[in-house]
Design a protein around this ligand. Sequence first.
Ligand code: ARG
Length: 464
Amino acid sequence: MTSSEREEGGALWGGRFEEGMAGAMVPLNLSLDVDGRLWRQDIEGSRAWARALGRAQVLTDAEVTQLLEGLDRVELRLAEGISPSVPDEDIHSLVERLLGQEAGPVAGKLHTGRSRNDQVATDMRLWGMGTLDRLDAELTGTVEALLHLAESSVELIIPGYTHLQQGQPVRAGHWVLSHLWPLLRDRERVRAARRAAAVLPLGCGALAGCPFPVDREFLRDELGFDRISENSMDTVSDRDWMADALYAGAMLGGHLSRLGEDLVLFASREFGLLRLPDGFSTGSSLMPQKRNPDVAELMRGKSGRLTGNLMSLLVILKGLPTGYNRDLQEDKALLFDTMDQLLLVLPAVTGALAGSRWNADRAEELLSEELLATDLADYLVRRGVPFRESHEVIGRLVALSESEGVPLSQIPLERYQEIHPSFEADVVQVFEWESSVEARKAPGGTAREALRAQLEEARRRLMG
Ligand code: ARG
């Protein structure tokens, strides 16, 4: 294929072929609809590459200038959303073809020493670094919203659950923070993936390295990478950072899903603990009374594809022979989807949390005295009764309360003392919600003081 044919579109190769591509192969071979969004990164990488070739004396200063000016014009055209009139295989082919139109024959020199293998790896890492930064910022906003909700939920006491059965009372802020810490850990994972992404592939060529004296450290600096990669063969197929990003996304998705599930439950009539804001609820087309917690359901629902994207990439990577293989092209849709979904869902989560309100009356209604059974057992423990024995004793009291239909606090002291002689008149103090939560002062517990310390630590880490 001559360079003028290139300008008209077509493959970046072809010299060795006698026949054109089969009709059924053409659409399979095209990836522009997926990788077209890498155009900014492709131009950025191409600018740096043109400069590096100039510094290596492979291109003259005049040629570098022509290429850079051409790339500026290609950027303007692509910013207008140009839709290609010929079927370009991928974003790299498109940028190169447009550069041919804008800069003339010198465009054919840009690809010297560069392969689409190191090029696409560079573009994806550049895209990943920028997008992981955006994800970090969005996630920080969500964590902030949780922190504010927790700060205003210190005084409210709600039932705490295990097995979705009432277990022990907790401060509502303690429950809120139980969802904040996982998200802060997710932010660490996002940052770790960002660091893993910041390794420069450019200058590795197709597999064996670049035969021209390009300065990879210069390229690293130009493009904002932290380090350069060590081995060209590894580099062109290394998608580890992407698996890290998809893992961070899958974990975050799982955490949002669990928070979503709690919100669905808490917003139901049966619980009635929390009211999600109108702006994040939907009605029903048929049932006029409905107020559906769609935001929370979508938080929960998104986790399926986020986990799926990670699984897909891991399966694609397994068993590939050394070096670049076209299978790797399938990585893009997965990373784009995970990041798109998270950047879609997080602002809604943040907004929904910021506008959520507790129903304090309902919280009080829901608190059942059985939540204090552990405190009753601890009461006996403080009087020297071994915990196993007191557990058994309180179990009998709960059974008695159930069979006689009398709340634990209404059973007469004499009955308590019949069951165990260590009960005294002060046992009534156990039936204060405050004394139950305030007993849990050890760090990480739900007492006011421990919760305040936790809030402070969360605020400190959020800023970090
Ligand atoms: N579109 C390809 C991808 O996304 C670019 C690299 C193509 N390299 C090749 N040797 N065919 O992976």
